[in-house]
Design a protein around this ligand. Structure first.
Ligand code: ADP
Length: 485
């Protein structure tokens, strides 16, 4: 029989009340059902939230440095399990094994960084204008946090939400993505085995519209941290507002890499290739647009096409593969639909694009790396998130035009400019509408100790990662003490 994953509620591994299950499919070979996950009901969510409410009463009294010791121990356990995590990730998400190992390393770095945050959970002292009054702030937990996570970084994202939430003294309910339940299961076990008391972390699997939606509207949930699509995130933001909950959403991106006439073409090409085709273009920080000055346009196009030709789609476990499949049928079809949009918009396909009609790659959701040229700023492929290995190249003739084109989207996560001119660098930093700004670098990712997040329809609420991550999960309490004789 196919293995079945379970929910984790109040420190126990339990079946869903529904006794209904969903298949977890291998995206590199859709004939393979890896395991099944609970199709939980709203009753399972209620049970998890009740457990969290009870557990948080004691957890918030544990000193913050002691709470962080659990995260420190989770770091030690993950280091012993890197292969297990990386292999589960490649099997269910599809990214190539080297990328999976990179995500596990990033997760180790996150746990290491957050482990120290328990000892740094300090407020501030404030000089009172009245004699005999001592004033300060303390960081109090928000209470119960709902963590709703996506499939594209299914180890790192749950970890970068769980760690600051529990260190701050909250109890949480994690609703992981349906496509990547095994990695969520492994992350949950990490914290269980690290000694987290029962009920502080609860994991409930299931369909977003049911389990996630119920969690978001639950009266006992005080904060919601979401990463996923803009459509769902904006809906969650509105739902959260109705209950006066704290909400943090990290949503879509349409990240641009700009190459100016004086920039390093080879460096920009390498950064674009890794940004556009790495992780199959399924990163929220993926490079989806290359905006290139006319003086270096032809050279850039020739070299990026060569880089795309060199990419090797294939099963993530094959060491020769550099490009895994789309995660599921919906995502695969979305990219194919955008290729139709591109055809209708009349752009040039520099290489044959689309799916594979025969051979082993036809058994999975594999796509050919795609370079579109002749793209103009108002086209849909220049403005909308595609989330696949598709790059739109747009020609410009000045930095002013490059900035206008780069900003011509509803999103604002990451961007990069390639130039050697310091005044252009500062012009770019000033005028670009993104939360992450990179100079002579790929648009990708970010370091664990630096804040991460976007503007416009990409993000709302405190930045994740870095020192700002804790701030979302606390309420500042201002205390005045009269110590006059
Ligand atoms: P993607 O398009 O990348 O799959 P989604 O935004 O659909 O991203 O999903 C991200 C997470 O949000 C997943 O865990 C999913 O189950 C959950 N989700 C989807 N719809 C809702 C909803 N209406 N309410 C709460 N959570 C949801």
């Amino acid at each position: 029989m196919t293995d079945r994953l379970l929910n984790f509620i109040d420190g126990k591994w339990v079946e869903p009340y529904t006794n209904e299950w969903l298949d977890n499919i291998n995206p590199a070979n859709t004939d393979e059902v890896i395991n099944q996950l609970p199709a939980s009901s709203t009753d399972d969510v209620d049970r998890a939230v009740s457990a969290a409410v009870e557990a948080q009463k004691k957890w918030r009294k544990v000193p913050a440095p002691k709470r962080a010791e659990v995260v420190f121990e989770a770091h030690r356990l993950l280091r012993e399990r890197t292969d297990e995590f990386a292999e589960a990730l490649t099997r269910e998400e599809g990214k190539v094994i080297a990328e999976s190992r990179g995500e596990v390393q990033h997760s180790l770095d996150l746990l290491e960084f957050f482990s120290g945050e328990g000892r740094r959970l300090n407020g501030e002292t404030i000089p009172s204008s009245t004699t005999g009054i001592f004033a300060c702030t303390i960081k109090a937990p928000v209470g119960i946090a709902a963590l709703i996570t996506p499939w594209n970084f299914p180890v790192a994202i749950p970890i970068w939400k769980i760690a600051p939430a529990i260190i701050a003294g909250n109890a949480v309910v994690l609703k992981p993505a349906e496509q990547t339940p095994t990695t969520a299961d492994l992350v949950t076990k990490l914290f269980e085995e690290a000694g987290l008391p029962a009920g502080v972390l609860n994991t409930v699997h299931g369909v977003g519209e049911k389990v996630g939606a119920h969690l978001v509207s639950h009266d006992d949930v005080n904060a919601i941290s979401f990463t996923g699509s803009t459509e769902v995130g904006l809906h969650i933001y509105a739902e959260g507002a109705k209950g006066n909950k704290k909400v943090q959403c990290e949503m879509g991106g349409k990240n641009a890499l700009v190459l100016l006439a004086d920039g390093d073409v080879d460096g920009a090409v390498a950064a674009t290739a890794t940004g556009a085709f790495g992780a199959t273009g399924q990163r929220c920080t993926a490079t989806s647009r290359a905006i290139v000055h006319e003086d270096v346009y032809d050279e850039f196009v020739e070299k990026i096409v060569a880089a795309a030709e060199a990419a090797q789609p294939g099963d993530g476990f094959d060491p020769e593969s550099t490009l895994g499949p789309s995660v599921d049928h919906r995502q695969f079809q979305q990219v194919l639909d955008y290729l139709d949009v591109a055809r209708e918009e009349g752009v040039n396909f520099e290489l044959p694009a689309g799916k594979f009609d025969d051979g082993p790659l036809a058994r999975g959701y594999f796509l050919k790396p795609t370079v579109l040229t002749g793209v103009t700023p108002e086209m849909r492929v220049a403005k909308e998130e595609i989330f696949g290995p598709v790059l739109s190249v747009i020609k410009v003739s000045s930095i002013e035009e490059a900035i206008d084109v780069a900003n011509n989207t509803e999103y604002g996560l990451s961007s990069a400019v390639w130039t050697r001119d310091v005044s252009r660098v500062f012009h770019w930093i000033d005028d670009i509408e993104t939360g992450v700004v990179r100079i002579n670098q790929p648009t990708l990712g970010g370091e664990v100790q630096a804040p991460f997040g976007g503007v416009k329809n990409t993000g709302v609420g405190e930045r994740e990662k870095g020192k700002t991550a804790i701030q979302f999960f606390v309420e500042d309490k201002t205390v005045y003490i009269n110590h006059a004789d």
